[in-house]
Design a protein around this ligand. Structure first.
Ligand code: ADP
Ligand code: MG
Ligand code: ZN
Length: 483
């Protein structure tokens, strides 16, 4: 009998924190803007003997903010630890991290699985550490750039609670959105500031035991996370079905070949010989301080989605789309509050024409200078039928490019919609009189010709005739000519 397998997935997410300086020294953390490699460095972040680390207060604040946003308890007493291993991108021979007492633990996040059902994922811990240097591999040698070494890094570790790739993707997407809402991380995965590691095992459906897992390192996009997890699940199932066993190991993802590749046998915690960092005192966070950070929490995507559903009567999926980015949600809210049209209509304009413009132009919403009032006014003109939907798209494109007033543009381009029956009737009659053959064919049963007639109206009026009025008159005119 063939067994069915259930995937078990736990995610480790690394995100750099957007601070001015590095985690333990005053070097700039903005290594992306460094003019040259190895220019943002000092004895501390290059691991010279005798250099002493000092904790970056801002990083502690941001880490606390993330812990609170993920519903964790903040540990008022937490400590730094040395994680010992040697690698050329790790100048000290150890990474300062947090081990036994992380800054935050035991939180949760609600995600959607493959059937869109809500599921609660436990966040095991959130801890502070430092990023490594960057290696550039040349043909026969490698170069090391220490500008990134010591940049504040946050690690968010989930329990192995996810049972589908969709749930893992939903969890990762939500974490990214939250980090961006909080302004602690840009979410720019191409730049490597946010990276995922997927821990994966499979077990017979119905079993409650966890089996040996593998860990896929350095997944730098949602696509890589999805593909690598799906591949690894299938691979493990095949191994079990052919009677083999899975060994605990660290894997890499080969995006070109679409396969996971073994990198090394997975080390256990004891291999790192963690011990308390002797150069740093424990962090003591008073409850008053923690509460003051809590007051800085903005409205998060989850809460915003719920509010959009109730306040604007949007569907959950429309609300989720609009709240996926804070800037998008803010833009929607300022347009919708200035518009007299239904929120659903405003959503359609933003999700449709406006997003298309952003995609086509490669701009982000922050680059858009269109005042929400103008957009609201234009949408209302469509609702009030003073301009047709199609012509409003032309006006919107002009507004986005050149700014201005929608009413002015409509006037200048002569795009106002005409609902005046006398005017539309004249055009409809002319079209019907000029095309007797088509009229007969239509009346003999070729109903598809109706769209053609409407097309003639649009052409003759440059899209300005109110389509409802035109349709009504057209139906009437055709019926009158029925023999
Ligand atoms: P380590 O500390 O060695 O990295 P942990 O047990 O702390 O190992 O887990 C690291 C990650 O692996 C966590 O995200 C956890 O949810 C996940 N994980 C642990 N066991 C399994 C398993 N059997 N299958 C899938 N994921 C797992
Ligand atoms: Mg790990
Ligand atoms: Zn430094």
């Amino acid at each position: 009998m063939k067994l069915t397998y259930e995937p078990v997935i736990g995610l480790e997410i690394h995100g750099e924190l957007l601070t001015n300086s590095k985690m333990f020294c005053s070097c700039s953390a903005d290594y992306g803007s460094a003019p040259e490699p190895n220019t943002l460095i000092c004895p501390t972040c290059t691991g010279l003997p005798g250099a002493m680390p000092v904790v970056n207060k801002k990083a502690v604040e941001l880490a606390t903010l993330v812990g609170l946003a993920l519903n964790c308890s903040i540990n008022p007493h937490n400590t730094f630890a040395r994680k010992n291993y040697y690698y050329p991108d790790l100048p000290k021979g150890y990474q300062i991290s947090q081990y036994e007492l992380p800054i935050a633990s035991k939180g949760y996040l609600d995600v959607l699985d493959d059937t869109d059902a809500q599921q609660r994922i436990t966040v095991r811990r959130v801890h502070i550490e430092e990023d490594t240097a960057k290696l550039a591999h040349e043909k026969n040698y490698a170069l090391v750039d220490f500008n990134r070494a010591g940049v504040p890094l946050l690690e968010i570790v989930s329990e192995p609670d996810m049972r589908t790739v969709e749930a893992a993707l939903s969890y990762a997407t939500k974490i990214r959105a939250i980090l961006r809402y909080l302004g602690v991380n840009s979410g720019d995965m191409e730049k490597g500031v946010l990276r995922f590691e997927a821990n994966i095992s499979v077990r017979p459906m119905g079993s409650s035991e966890f089996r040996t897992r593998t860990e896929i390192k350095n997944l730098n996009s949602f696509r890589a996370l999805t593909r690598a997890s799906a591949y690894e699940i299938e691979r493990q199932i095949k191994v079990y079905e052919s009677g083999g066993t899975i060994v605990q190991e660290t894997l890499g993802w080969d995006d070109v070949r679409g396969v996971t590749v073994s990198q090394r046998g997975k080390e256990d915690a004891h291999d790192y010989r963690y011990f308390p960092e002797p150069d740093l005192p424990p962090l003591q966070l008073s409850s008053a301080w923690i509460e003051s950070i809590r007051t800085q929490l903005p409205e998060l995507p989850e809460a915003k989605t719920k509010r959009f559903i109730t306040d604007f009567e949007l569907t959950p999926s429309d609300a989720r789309f609009l709240t996926s980015e804070k800037s998008l949600a803010n833009f929607f809210e300022s347009v919708v509050t200035k518009s007299k049209s239904p929120a659903k209509t405003v959503h359609s304009w933003i999700a449709g024409e406006f997003m298309r413009y952003l995609n086509d132009s490669g701009l982000s919403i922050e680059d858009v200078t269109l005042p929400p009032e103008s957009f609201a006014k234009l949408i209302d003109m469509v609702t009030e039928k003073t301009v047709s939907g199609n012509n409003a798209k032309v006006v919107l494109a002009d507004l986005l490019k050149n700014g201005g007033d929608p009413q002015e543009i409509v006037r200048a381009k002569n795009l106002a919609q005409v609902s005046d029956e006398g005017f539309v009737q004249e055009i409809v009659s002319k079209i019907l009189n000029d095309n007797p053959k088509e009229v007969d064919e239509y009346n003999a049963g070729k109903e598809t010709l109706f769209q053609w007639f409407m097309g003639q109206v649009a052409r003759a009026t440059k899209g300005k005739a109110d389509p409802n009025v035109a349709k009504e008159l057209m139906v009437k005119g055709l019926a009158e000519r029925k023999k």
